[in-house]
Design a protein around this ligand. Structure first.
Ligand SMILES: *Cc1c(COP(=O)(O)O)cnc(C)c1O
Length: 387
């Protein structure tokens, strides 16, 4: 029996050839393919600058550094995300706090964000950065978030790890029309892959310059940024403390080739979602609700059990689906309940909507390469387990 995972990559013969071509070229890393990949993503999103790195986690870290996040500062994100959206704040020594989710989109609630900002201002504890996460590929309400950011002087970093190819109003996610920076992930379960990889997009030349430096040791070759005249053509200066977060040309070649199929991937994911929407009606589950101003990239398709309408527990349903060969998963364990964040003072009960969501949610298989028969099998298994 073939196990159907919740997500996986979709690699074509062209992708394979693109990687082989780089392997046979002069540059395995720090070569021209990285720039081509960056340019392609920036053009796709309608953004001025893009900086490719070795993961979205690194991308979030250098985005926080570029925004000047430090030990005296605070970063807010959502509890319904992967731990990396919060950890980036901790890497900079900042305090991290969370804003609970909207019960329909499972994204950061803009009402709760506004209320929390009002309270934080009174206490003199406003965050420097907020990291809205476009959960499952559906954009947050960026219009309102950007208004609040202006009013309270916040830097906005969109964690769009799920959402390349998605749209909000008439903009591509990644356009940074409503934020300072946007981060993508190219992990194999995401929409487009480079095996491991990530990217930061921005329209701000100052941030761009810093992102480039922090990606590679804090080193610059830009004479305008140097403290003295170049000693010769070999010269560079380390003007800050950075990291080695570079991506390879091998990976960039895969990403560049995958970008050719991004729209196709998202169209396919939308079609898979539509089929689930139709076939899973009438079951004791809540299907993913879509905000009318968004077009989702559908990284995930999450069903939530209506507990009062079924005899089985959440865990039972989950286990029975796994036994039926369906690779269901759970996104996400609320970040504030992780032992590391509990040590920092958070506890169960702090963000009840995220916690309730966690007790009912199941991610079912969603990826462009799933076949019709495989999706039919998923649908049959869900019906058998729930009816
Ligand atoms: C996958 C993911 C990340 C981390 O991505 P990597 O490329 O694996 O570092 C960060 N945030 C969210 C919301 C993610 O889903």
């Amino acid at each position: 029996m073939k196990y159907i995972p919740y997500g996986r990559q979709d690699i074509s013969q062209e992708d394979v050839q693109a990687v082989v071509d780089v392997l046979q070229s002069d540059w395995l890393t720090q070569g021209p393919t990285i720039e081509q990949f960056e340019k392609k993503v920036a053009e796709y999103c309608g953004t001025k600058y893009a900086v490719a790195v070795n993961s979205a986690t690194s991308a979030l870290h250098i985005a926080c550094m570029a925004a000047g996040l430090g030990q005296e500062d605070i970063l807010w994100t959502t509890p319904n995300t992967f731990v990396a959206s919060a950890n980036c704040g901790r890497y900079c020594g900042a305090a991290v706090d969370f804003v609970d989710i909207d019960f329909r989109t499972y994204n950061m609630s803009v009402e709760k964000l506004e209320q929390k900002l009002v309270d934080a201002k009174k206490k003199g504890k406003l965050p420097k950065i907020i990291v809205p996460v476009h959960f499952s590929g559906q954009s947050c309400e960026m219009g309102r978030i950007s208004e609040l950011a202006k009013e309270y002087g916040l830097t906005v970093i969109e964690d769009a790890s799920h959402a390349i190819g998605a749209r909000y109003k008439d903009q591509k996610v990644g356009s940074c029309a409503y934020s300072d920076m946007t981060v993508f992930s190219f992990h194999p379960v995401k929409i487009v892959t480079t095996a491991e990889g990530g990217m930061v997009l921005t329209n701000n030349p100052g941030l761009y310059e810093k992102l480039i430096q922090f990606r590679s040791h804090g080193i610059t070759r830009n004479p305008e940024l140097m403290t003295e005249k170049a000693h010769g053509p070999w010269y560079y200066q380390q003007i800050d403390l950075g990291y080695n977060y570079r991506i390879t040309d091998i990976q960039a070649a895969l990403g560049l080739s995958q970008m050719d199929r991004l729209d196709e991937f998202v169209t396919r994911r939308q079609a898979i979602a539509e089929k689930y929407n139709e076939e899973l009606q009438g079951l004791p589950i809540i299907l993913p609700w879509q905000h009318p101003e968004t077009y989702s990239a559908y990284h995930l398709y999450v069903i939530c059990l209506e507990e009062d309408k079924i005899e089985k527990t959440h865990k039972q349903v989950f286990e029975e689906l796994r036994q039926a060969g369906i690779g269901v998963n759970l996104h996400y364990i609320p970040v504030h309940t992780q032992p590391y964040y509990q040590q920092l003072g958070f506890d169960w009960g702090d963000f009840p909507v995220s916690e309730y969501y966690y007790s009912t949610a199941i991610s079912i298989p969603m990826y462009s390469a799933i076949t019709e028969e495989e999706q039919d099998k998923v649908i049959r298994a869900i019906k058998e387990v729930l009816l």
